[in-house]
Design a protein around this ligand. Sequence first.
Ligand code: FPP
Length: 240
Amino acid sequence: MGLDGIDLDTVPRHVACVMDGNGRWAQRRGLPRTDGHAAGEEALFDTVKGALELGIEWLTVYAFSTENWKRPVDEVRYLVGFNESILVRRCDELDDLGVRIRFSGRRDWRVPKRLTRRMDASADQTRRNRALTLTIAFNYGGRAEIVDAVRAVVAEGVRPDKIDEKAIRRHLYDAEMPDPDLMVRTSGEHRISNFLLWQLAYSELVFTDVLWPDFRREHLQDAVREYQRRERRFGGVDRR
Ligand code: FPP
């Protein structure tokens, strides 16, 4: 089917993805959960390429939540190391594709210095790219982001009656990031799970049963078709 049925003039500008189901994918194959995360790398890169083909400008993926520290210590260690190794192994490839890499999340004591150094180096290397901005949400929580933004506004000395939505938005982790038009969650779970709580206020939400390691650009295209069907229904109401 390819890009058939997709109107390239109205693709979502920003797509956010909850990459869920890695553990179940592995368990179904009798493999350790970490093999599911490893298989998720291919899914992520195919999704990036699919986003580039469609002309999506921003892609934000949930790589590690503020709640994920509660997982078994071996899995946490694996996920932290895996995020770092992906950046080491694939930063040049993303750079060649014109991808600007950014990060969103709390930089607290739990995030190892080695990883933050690598994040900063990848963001710096790719900062001039504009084909696609890939934001990796690491140690990210939507409530924590809002709390951090409110703290920053208060620290500026803004009077309570002057605190408004604009003031909070200015202090989100990435003030330049547009709100997602579309959020896709894999693995059949129908939840937001503390992802981009502020930014998803008006986004279209698409859920698929596909487990993240099986997700490919075709599934992204399906989600965009679904998004455009919903958009067109809106148009129908307007014309009546
Ligand atoms: C959720 O699946 C997935 C994660 C907590 C990690 C997502 C990370 C990747 C896909 C790795 C590639 C991406 C980057 C940017 C390094 P789960 O473990 O909750 O699965 P389950 O719900 O089946 O247990």
